[in-house]
Design a protein around this ligand. Structure first.
Ligand code: ADP
Length: 395
């Protein structure tokens, strides 16, 4: 079966068409600037085929139509008809407490996703637009929703409750939810295949957005992102953990609303805010290597906070068998991995420099003597979504 994976944002729509016989990517692409001037579709296919189309896309329905046209095009297309697409898997950001796993999209599922809009006000409406656009152009194709939050629903109350009056949980479901769940599940699942069941694993998903999770025997027991993806470690543009009083202090001093401060914490902080250079790790390294003190500080803060989270999760689980690095930085940046692991020597974490250097694919980077196995496992959220979609549609 061929499965189309859709990740719809407010003004973008990413897609991948995956052949589930060998789990290969047949084509993938991105629609940008949906609803604004200069809409652009970039479609990649085969070994290095690439096609770009500037065409007005006033909404996600136009974008989906453009995607399906590209997939079926006589020149750069990869299928003859839409009927070749057996099912569609949609990434949905917030499943609240409604969803503990992926589900077939029906009216009930749509209603439940709508119910979660107050928890994911920016993403869930965009995700719904993606689903509805797909349903409009492929009305008979089965569809599945895969939630970023679902994997973390196994956390115990002591990990997901905030230390505020419980009436806010009762009234508004304010609690830790966690995100990147599809990645944490994919990577910890692969770790279980490689290392065996029953292990205590810490997954470090370190990309532009970053989060850590503590996973015991395949079940998430804690994670660093919270009610929203703002909480946790330092990220590309997000601050991560801070004293909430900072919001009031900046709002009062700068005559800003809480929403404006939160926008700054989400979009102008992290690597970008501290280094003053860029949200991208590679740019921050380049600046630090040229002697930029702010960039050096950003890198130090980044690694320090991740090491601290790893230490706290080892304590939360009463030990740790494996630490896994994944996503853009986790998979590619061996110096960053070494920086994170350096303070963990006290708990028996020992990196093998030669194994670590340059490792981008799957493998162990700790020494034989290390008490904790440290690994790189590349994540693949699209494949995880496609696998869930196949499983649910085959039932
Ligand atoms: P997103 O959260 O947007 O999916 P990614 O997982 O693609 O992000 O990670 C993006 C981050 O990974 C950026 O900070 C980028 O600098 C970093 N990165 C990607 N490739 C490399 C590399 N080869 N070396 C160092 N950092 C890299």
């Amino acid at each position: 079966m061929k499965i189309l994976v859709i990740n719809a944002g407010s003004s973008s729509l990413k897609y991948q068409l995956i052949d589930m016989v060998d789990e290969s990517v047949i084509a993938k692409g991105l629609c940008e600037r949906i609803g604004i001037e200069g809409s652009l579709l970039t479609h990649k296919y085969g070994a290095d085929g690439k096609f770009e189309l500037k065409t007005p896309m006033k909404d996600h329905k136009d974008a989906m139509a453009a995607v399906l046209d590209a997939l079926q095009d006589a020149d750069h297309g990869v299928i003859k008809s839409i009927d070749e697409i057996g099912a569609v898997g949609h990434r949905v950001l917030h499943g609240g407490m409604e969803f503990t796993a992926s589900c077939i999209i029906d009216d009930k599922c749509i209603e439940a996703i709508k119910k979660c809009i107050p928890l994911g006000p920016l993403h869930n409406p965009a995700n719904l637009q993606g689903i509805q656009a797909c349903q409009a152009v492929m009305p008979t194709t089965p569809m599945v929703a895969v939630f970023d939050t679902a994997f973390h629903q196994t956390m115990p109350a002591k990990a997901y409750m905030y230390g505020i009056p419980t009436e806010y949980y009762d009234k508004y479901q304010i609690r830790r939810y966690g995100f990147h769940g599809t990645s944490h599940r994919f990577v910890s699942g692969r770790a279980a295949e490689l290392l065996g069941k029953g292990k205590k694993v810490i997954v470090c998903h370190l990309g532009n957005g970053s989060s850590l999770s503590a996973v015991v025997d395949g079940k998430c027991v804690d994670t660093s992102m919270g009610l929203t993806p703002l909480e946790g470690v330092l990220m590309g543009t997000r601050s991560g953990d801070l004293d909430p009083a900072v919001v009031e202090c900046i709002a009062n001093n700068e005559n800003m609303t809480p929403s404006q401060v939160l926008n700054m914490l989400n979009k102008k902080s992290g690597f970008l805010g501290v280094s003053g250079v860029s949200s991208d790790m590679r740019d921050v390294w380049a600046a630090a290597n040229e002697g930029n003190e702010h960039a050096k500080l950003a890198l130090d803060m980044w690694a320090y906070r991740i090491s601290k989270y790893i230490g706290s999760y080892a304590a939360a689980m009463g030990g740790v068998d494996a630490i896994i690095f994944t996503a853009g930085i986790g998979e590619n940046d061996y110096v960053a991995r070494a920086m994170v692991c350096e303070p963990l020597k006290f708990m028996g974490v020992e990196i093998d420099e030669a194994k670590n250097k340059g490792k981008r694919d799957e493998g162990v980077i700790s020494s034989d003597a290390s008490k904790v196995t440290v690994m790189v496992i590349p994540t693949n959220e699209e494949l995880a979504i496609a696998r869930d979609t196949l499983e649910l549609c085959a039932k």
